[in-house]
Design a protein around this ligand. Structure first.
Ligand SMILES: Cc1cc2nc3c(=O)[nH]c(=O)nc-3n(C[C@H](O)[C@H](O)[C@H](O)COP(=O)(O)OP(=O)(O)OC[C@H]3O[C@@H](n4cnc5c(N)ncnc54)[C@H](O)[C@@H]3O)c2cc1C
Length: 367
């Protein structure tokens, strides 16, 4: 079977590689350079616990499947590509700097415990023992030791390599204009006025996927959420874990770089940078980690997260036979990429038994 994937972000590239391994032929089309959309902008937290709260029970199936897939996915990707993807499994510390945040941490702790997710409550002195750069004025924290992180730019570069090495065809600077259908079945796509035939098509264009769905359900369900983010350079390696508070996060890389994120601007699709927002983010982080004060700004960028109106991704078949969607991963696209690829592969194979998969079907928006 010959498959076309529209969109070469982390979702399209991971899926493309997975389909090749399963014996399919796969072509990825990207309107720009593959991997340079939201995936390039991400911080790279694989937050099996710390991203989830009591309202996110439906996302747990995808999170726990991704959590179990990541170690082997990483090992195979690094072995085949010969590239390091910045994988660190030191865990996340969720910090409460004020009473409302502490109450929310207690709620999260109860939720994690009820779901069998490991999380340990830490007193302020236990936090400072683990992270000496932290201000002792924090009220408490949760240690999520199973959380992981990767460097998303290294990740998408490695995925691009293994996709090509495995025989995939990548067409960059080729925007898919339309999905072509005959008698309700997808037969290919149009690109630059010409037709590319396919046995099945997967739309993985991030926040822009809706425009290709036409009037089909799901087209109105996507919502862009801009994120501005900054990387800082310090004189020493400041943090051992990913650190998250309710209004910022810090992700330490192996060198002296720390990524500080991120704004959340719903409905905004321009990539302009706002120094004032960056300064606010920096001030909030410095109150919790005073050692950041002397850090130098290395870079500042923005990306558009593919959000959805109910907060869950859209993964699965559409109302056209042979047309599938894989988008709406919002803040978790890097983390959920391996589980998404497995799920789409199942649908293409005609197996619809994925655990918890019904919650992600695009047709939930049909009404
Ligand atoms: C600031 C920020 C921080 C984040 N941090 C994290 C994090 O720590 N952990 C995490 O898991 N997630 C994080 N995310 C979310 C994550 O980046 C996204 O969920 C994920 O990258 C979505 O991947 P994607 O492949 O769907 O989209 P994208 O990476 O945006 O890829 C979509 C691709 O489709 C292409 N395209 C669009 N239209 C067309 C068309 N018509 N034809 C062909 N190609 C087209 C685009 O050029 C693009 O390359 C973050 C996002 C941001 C912005």
């Amino acid at each position: 079977m010959n498959l076309i994937i529209a969109g070469g972000g982390v979702i399209g590239l991971t899926l493309g590689w997975r389909l090749l391994k399963a014996g399919y032929r796969a072509t990825i089309l990207d309107r720009a350079e593959a991997g340079r959309g939201a995936s390039w902008a991400a911080a790279g937290m694989l937050a099996g616990a710390s991203e989830l709260g009591p309202d996110d029970a439906a996302a747990l199936a995808l999170s726990s499947q991704s959590q179990s897939l990541w170690p082997s996915f990483k090992a195979e990707l690094e072995a085949i590509s010969g590239s390091d993807i910045g994988y660190r499994d030191h865990g996340t510390i969720l910090v409460a700097a004020h009473q409302a945040a502490l109450d929310a941490l207690h709620d999260s702790h109860r939720f994690y415990t009820s779901q069998g997710i490991h999380a340990e409550f830490l007193t302020p002195s236990q936090v400072v023992e683990r992270e000496p750069a932290m201000a002792p004025s924090i009220l408490g924290a949760l240690m999520c030791k199973d959380d992981i992180q990767v460097d998303p730019r290294k990740l998408v570069s490695a995925l691009r390599s293994v996709f090509l090495m495995s025989g995939g065809k990548l067409m960059e600077h080729c925007a898919v204009e339309q999905v072509l259908t005959v008698d309700g079945r997808a037969t290919g796509v149009s690109v630059n006025g010409s037709t590319l035939d396919a046995d099945a098509v997967v739309l993985a264009c991030g926040w822009e996927t809706g425009s290709l769905l036409g009037g089909s359900f799901g087209s109105e369900a996507l919502t862009p959420v801009k994120g501005q983010i900054v990387s800082l350079l310090t004189d020493v390696s400041l943090l051992h874990h990913v650190l998250r508070a309710d209004d910022f996060y810090l992700v330490q890389r192996d060198d002296y770089e720390i990524v500080l994120g991120a704004t959340s601007e719903r409905g905004v699709t321009d990539l302009s940078l706002d120094e004032r927002r960056l300064q606010e983010l920096f001030e909030r982080a410095c109150r919790v980690v005073p050692g950041l004060r002397g850090a130098k700004i290395k870079d500042h960028w923005a990306g558009i997260r593919p959000g959805s109106i109910d907060g869950l991704p859209l993964i699965g078949p559409t109302d056209a036979e042979g047309l599938f969607v894989a988008t709406g991963h919002y803040r978790n696209g890097i983390f959920w990429a391996p589980a998404t690829a497995e799920l789409i592969l199942k649908y293409i194979n005609g197996d619809v038994s994925g655990a918890g998969a019904n919650a992600f079907l695009p047709r939930r928006f049909a009404a």
